[in-house]
Structures are given as structure tokens and as C-alpha cells.
Design a protein around this ligand. Structure first.
Ligand SMILES: [Zn+2]
Ligand SMILES: [Zn+2]
Length: 146
């Protein structure tokens, strides 16, 4: 089974100023929109996150990367220079969530679901795009924020 090429670049991205740059050398998960309070605070609206296996995320520039321990179970990666939201990483999980807006160019991925909609702001409607809406986290999705 060793013939799969896991080193092929599937996507790349950066923060606003370029002090954090990354490549993803494996499949990207469909985008989950998380409306939890932490995602709303840290992004200024809500989190649109793809995800990748932790070992598939390769930092090609990390001089700006800072981590904030946002809960007992996870930390959030952001750029300390320009403030861009970049990553969400749970302890003891094999994947890392990546803010979809930081990817460059066409991604080839699509939205999958909205989660933690009980915490959505009253100034928008998460159900508008017709994707599944979960009050908390969906049974089959990996919550990018708790
Ligand atoms: Zn930056
Ligand atoms: Zn969240």
C-alpha cells in the first residue's frame, strides 16, 4: 500500500502579511462553518474551516505564527503580525483545521455543514445556503471549535 504519494501539494495559503505561509500535501476536508462563540470572537464573524492531516500541513514560513490556548482541549494559530486567523488544533487529534479564507486560489473544496448554530449571531442566517444546520456539532463532523 505504499504507492500513494502523500507529498503532492493540494493547496497553499498564507496570512494577510505573509509572515505565515503553508502548504497542504494531502486531501483537504470539506468546509465546516462553525458558529460557536469562540470562533465568532476569534474570526470576527464565524469560522469557515477546512482541515488536513497534521502531518500534511507544512509550514513554509512561520516567523509570525503564534498560538493561543483557547480551551482545555484546543489551541488556535494566528499571525502575531497581521492578526489573521489561521489554524485550530485539538490536542490528541490527527488533524488540524485551517481557515478556508487563508487558502490561495481555487481550492476545489465545498461547504459541508454549519455547526454550533445555537450560538450564531442574530444579524445573519446560517441556513441560507441550504447546507445542513446543526445546533451543536454534527454527529459526523469534526467540530473546529469547542
Ligand atoms: Zn501575517
Ligand atoms: Zn467554533
Amino acid at each position: 500500500m505504499g504507492s500513494e504519494t502523500s507529498s503532492e501539494k493540494q493547496g497553499e495559503g498564507s496570512c494577510l502579511c505573509g509572515a505565515v505561509r503553508y502548504e497542504v500535501r494531502g486531501p483537504l476536508r470539506p468546509v465546516i462553518y462553525c458558529h460557536c462563540q469562540q470562533c465568532r470572537k476569534s474570526t470576527g464573524h464565524y469560522m469557515a474551516a477546512t482541515a488536513a492531516a497534521r502531518e500534511d500541513l507544512v509550514l513554509t514560513e512561520d516567523r509570525g505564527l503564534k498560538w493561543y490556548r483557547s480551551s482545555d482541549v484546543a489551541r488556535r494559530g494566528f499571525c502575531g503580525t497581521c492578526g489573521s486567523t489561521l489554524f485550530w488544533e485539538a490536542d490528541n487529534r490527527g488533524h488540524i483545521a485551517i481557515a478556508a479564507g487563508t487558502l490561495d486560489g481555487a481550492t476545489g473544496i465545498k461547504g459541508e455543514a454549519h455547526i454550533y448554530c445555537d450560538f450564531a449571531g442574530d444579524y445573519y442566517n446560517p441556513a441560507k445556503d441550504g447546507l445542513p444546520v446543526h445546533r451543536a456539532h454534527g454527529a459526523s463532523v469534526m467540530p473546529p471549535g469547542d
